[in-house]
Design a protein. Structure first.
Length: 127
């Protein structure tokens, strides 16, 4: 029996090459090559997943293998045993022991970052 609020699932025998888009939560346990874009939803990369794609979602939970950049408007969570090769940009990042990560991290505080040159000069006084 299907539950209406349960996330969509890509099973471990499924291979997708191309672009995955959606507006509901998604669990990937198979192979995805290309891009995954779930701007207002949660993306879960399961422990059996092997993903070679750039990921973009509200929240991203990674338990499997990912090669590609990860962008989240909320939180990225790297669970024990996962392997991530790529850059991460998010508001929050959680990394468990025994998670493998190779890349850069940018923990942005807002969607649109002000340019670094736009900082007002200090004119004295107390901050």
């Amino acid at each position: 029996m299907a539950v209406e609020n349960s996330p969509a699932r890509i099973g471990k025998s499924v291979v997708i090459c191309g672009e995955v888009k959606g507006s509901e939560d998604l669990i990937v346990d198979g192979r995805v090559e290309g891009t995954v874009n779930l701007s207002d939803s949660r993306l879960t990369i399961g422990p059996n997943a092997n993903v070679a794609a750039d990921l973009s979602a509200k929240d991203v939970l990674i338990m499997g293998r990912v090669q590609g950049n990860v962008i989240a408007s909320g939180r990225v969570e790297l669970r024990s045993g996962c392997v991530v090769e790529g850059d991460i940009r998010a508001l929050r990042l959680a990394v468990e022991d025994n998670a493998v990560f190779r890349g850069k991290v940018d923990l942005t505080q807002a969607v649109a970052k002000a340019p670094e040159n736009a900082i007002a000069p200090h004119t004295g006084g107390i901050f």
